[in-house]
Design a binder for this molecule. Structure first.
Ligand code: KIV
Length: 265
């Protein structure tokens, strides 16, 4: 029998070394397909700004749009956990963060994701006190693309790398339930993953994290234009989206994805 994925299941997966499978979903049809084909966590990512709305970044996405898509996904999530993004500008103050996280939880999220690092620690503690689990997205945080000056690998210099490890430890102590690491070197992702006891899911972060996430349209080869190095086209060896998602879940669980060609040094 398939069991509902909870934070407890994810903690025991980290403990036993069983890899966590995550994929983005923005509507009920994709949520149903993904949750029935081996996916543990459905991420209602603000990447919907780019893949659903045709924007050039995630910056224009609003909390109302995130709530709408969260509601669509949560209705068809089956046993998968629903993780929703707090979008750009929704966390300008602690009070605003808490009120917006409540909106996402009311729309069907079971955990919310915020982009940032150790400066989020106080609000993470307050969210947990309000019954809201959090996932912190570190490394290449797409909402800060205008600060980074483009989508660039993060954590390559020693100071940045050490600060990321220290942030992860502080965020766990503050009550964060999970981390997402995007576009960082393989060795740094390995060090961060080993430094904390909460699950760490990677995208462009190499094979040593506790799980993997991809944008669903990217791995189904539906996204227009050049794809990032860390994406694998799962339709190349599948006849249907269902088969492609099953293949992705299987390759994550058996550590065949990501391969060297999807990683950064
Ligand atoms: O919005 C999103 O799709 C994400 C993933 C890149 C992790 O945050």
């Amino acid at each position: 029998m398939v069991k509902k994925i909870t934070l407890n299941s994810l903690a025991s997966m980290k403990h036993s070394g069983e890899k966590i499978t995550m994929i983005t979903a923005y509507d009920a049809t994709m949520a149903n397909i993904a949750s029935n084909n081996g996916i543990d966590i459905l991420l209602v990512g603000d990447s919907l700004g780019m893949v659903c709305q045709g924007e050039s970044s995630t910056v224009p996405v609003t909390i109302e749009e995130m709530c709408y898509h969260t509601r669509c996904v949560s209705k068809a999530s089956n046993d998968a956990m629903v993780l929703s993004d707090l979008p750009f500008g929704s966390c300008a103050t602690e009070e605003q963060t808490i009120l917006n996280a409540i909106k996402l939880m009311r729309a069907g999220a079971e955990i919310v994701k915020l982009e940032g690092d150790r400066w989020l620690a106080p609000v993470i503690t307050r969210l947990k006190q309000q019954g809201i689990p959090t996932c912190v997205h570190m490394g290449l945080t797409p909402q800060s693309v205008n600060v980074f000056g483009g989508y660039k690998v993060q954590g390559r210099d020693l100071e940045q790398a050490n600060s990321m490890i220290a942030s992860a430890i502080e965020l766990e102590a503050a009550g964060a339930a999970m981390l997402v690491l995007e576009c960082i070197p393989v060795t740094l992702a390995k060090d961060v993953t080993r430094s904390v006891s909460i699950p760490v899911v990677g995208i462009g972060a190499g094979p040593h994290t506790d799980g993997q996430v991809l944008v669903i349209y990217d791995m189904l080869n539906l996204t227009a234009g050049k794809l990032p190095r860390f994406v694998k086209n799962y339709m190349a060896n599948a006849h249907t989206p269902q088969e492609a998602i099953r293949l992705y879940a299987d390759e994550v669980r058996t550590c065949r994805f990501p391969a060297l060609e999807h990683c950064f040094e």
